[in-house]
Ligand binder design. Structure first.
Ligand code: FAD
Length: 500
């Protein structure tokens, strides 16, 4: 609620990619007009990154909050449902596991199911006890149930969509909710006489767009947070050396899979993202280990259908700005940091930043305590995702390429070393209540990467062995049956009218 008599704060969003239009749509819908006037500046000439097709389940809450109808959104963006991410060839060539958006089995008396399976000497079967894994493998999909007793309540889902269509889709909503769009290229930035806060951005045609709060959504260019305010970039390439990607769409073949694949490659990994109308592909690689031409050729050789466009080359560095909110500039999206899309986290990070900004939105003047809180929350999320990504690379047995030897033998952050030691001993996962990637996600990746715990929670010794074996087999059968009863993924999309 705005302080009495205070005038609305003028918010200028610089950039109209996914970050810019998500921010505009959310602020226009969720912050009262009396408190904020929303302006977005974007340059048709410059364009957007246009990749970013795989998401996490949290996006559903975002879409719902801004009033998006699911079937309408899916039709507009060619979206498919996503139950998890498959990792192929990561620990050893030939391995495959899914990081599902759901739990494994049923916890009993507060003890995780994987402890019971470990006690039964069958922990390598854990994947078979995740309904989203089994459904995904069969190209099946059904929405989760609300009834907490139902096995169908044990998972969530996300989307895979055409990244070039999401921002335009949000633009229509943002403008309908009062956001104003200005087309133009920012060529200069005005600041206070003391060189502090930003007061306006200047466009190539001479116009000045003044504001009270600026949101830097200018992508890797980081016009305000980087070029203007000089907030440093904390480089994480010693742990995450992949610094380029080549991306190309191809025609779809075979069943429509409700999951994204990440296939390890000699110098990085390759994504496969099935949409309704095509498949998105990309090779994320370390330029120190493979050159651009070889990477492009390797990608073109790996895709399953004819390429539908020229391959696109993208360059980046892993890392983040320690402070995303500095003075009166908030960086959201690629301007604030970048982590490779191995776990589909960029759009999630945009969403988290927007949620924090809405919750901490200035009431007249910017309170430094709000700014600090924004930076604290984003810092936790970035650091945790960083550790999670490093785990995939580091916990490998691969020694078939210099890239993998480097990743296997590198020193990892202490925060990750501690988490890995905890799991290795007794299958325990560092717990936290908020943020992304909770216990099941870590368990999926630890085991998928062949980190097998030496022990288990002793409370799992409570049931008698025969009873436990029967319960395990029953759950296995029920999970398989529940997956079989789900409709085919493509048919389900058509049934709800979400097909284009
Ligand atoms: P951009 O899309 O680059 O938008 C920048 C905007 O700023 C544009 O509108 C541009 O016109 C404007 N602009 C720039 N300079 C100026 C100027 N001088 N004047 C005016 N306007 C200007 N994320 C996921 O969640 N899932 C994924 O699967 C995924 N895959 C990815 C794969 C790769 C290889 C890469 C590089 C990224 C991926 N991402 C993914 C990240 C995702 O693409 C981005 O987070 C998302 O697109 C947001 O980008 P953005 O809006 O910050 O920047």
């Amino acid at each position: 609620m705005a302080a009495e008599g205070a005038k609305a704060m003028r918010v200028v969003i610089v950039g109209g990619g996914t970050a810019g239009w998500m921010t505009a749509a959310a602020l226009a819908r969720l912050v009262p007009a009396a408190q904020a006037e929303i302006v977005l500046v974007e340059s048709d000439e410059i364009g957007i990154v246009g990749v970013g097709e795989a998401t996490l389940p949290h996006i559903r809450a975002f879409n719902t909050r801004i009033g998006i109808d699911e079937a309408d959104f899916m039709r507009a963006t060619g979206a498919t449902f996503k139950l998890g991410i498959e990792f192929r060839d990561w620990a050893r060539i030939g391995d495959s596991y899914i990081h599902p958006f759901g739990v494994f089995g049923r916890d009993t008396d507060g003890v995780g199911f994987h402890h019971y399976l470990a006690r039964a000497g069958q922990i390598e079967r854990l994947q078979d006890f995740s309904l989203p894994v089994v459904a995904a493998r069969g190209a099946r999909f059904a929405p989760p149930a609300d009834d907490p007793e139902s096995l169908l309540s044990t998972y969530g889902y996300a989307y895979q969509f055409d990244a070039t269509r999401y921002a335009p889709y949000l633009r229509v909503r943002a403008e309908a909710d009062g956001a104003q769009r200005i087309e133009g290229r920012v060529v200069a930035v005005d600041r206070d006489a003391d060189g502090g806060r930003v007061t306006a951005v200047r466009l190539a045609d001479g116009r000045a767009v003044a504001g009270d709060l600026f949101v830097d959504c200018s992508g890797f260019r980081a016009l305000l947070i980087g070029d203007t305010l000089r907030e440093p970039f904390e480089d994480w390439s010693r742990w995450l050396p992949c610094d380029r990607a080549v991306a190309v769409p191809c025609a779809s073949q075979g069943p429509l899979l409700p999951y994204t694949s990440a296939v390890a490659m000699p110098a990085g990994w390759r994504w496969r993202i099935p949409l309704q109308h095509r498949v998105g592909n990309g090779y994320v690689y370390s330029s120190a280990h493979v050159d651009d031409d070889a990477a492009r050729d390797a990608l073109l050789a790996a895709i399953e259908g004819p390429a539908l466009a020229e391959p696109q080359l993208l360059r980046f560095h892993a890392g983040r700005r320690p402070r995303g909110w500095v003075d009166n500039v908030v960086a959201i999206g690629l301007a604030g940091g970048f982590l490779e899309p191995l776990e589909s986290t960029s759009i999630y990070l945009i969403q988290i930043a927007i949620t924090a900004l809405v919750e901490l939105f200035p009431d007249g003047a910017i309170d430094p305590a709000d700014r600090d809180e924004f930076n604290r929350v984003l810092g936790i999320e970035y650091d945790r995702i960083r550790d999670f990504l490093i785990l995939h690379y580091h916990a490998t047995e691969r020694d078939d390429a210099p890239f993998w030897t480097r990743m296997r033998t590198m020193e990892v952050p202490d925060t990750l070393a501690r988490k890995m030691a905890l799991f290795r001993a007794r299958g325990r996962v560092e717990t936290y209540r908020e943020g992304v990637f909770l216990e099941p996600s870590w368990i999926a990746v630890y085991l998928g990467q062949r980190i097998v715990p030496e022990g288990y929670d002793q409370r799992a010794d409570a049931p008698d062995a025969a009873g436990l074996a029967r319960a395990v087999e029953r759950l296995h059968a029920v999970t398989a049956a529940a997956a079989r009863a789900m409709p085919d993924h493509r048919e389900y999309i058509a049934t709800i009218g979400a097909a284009a």
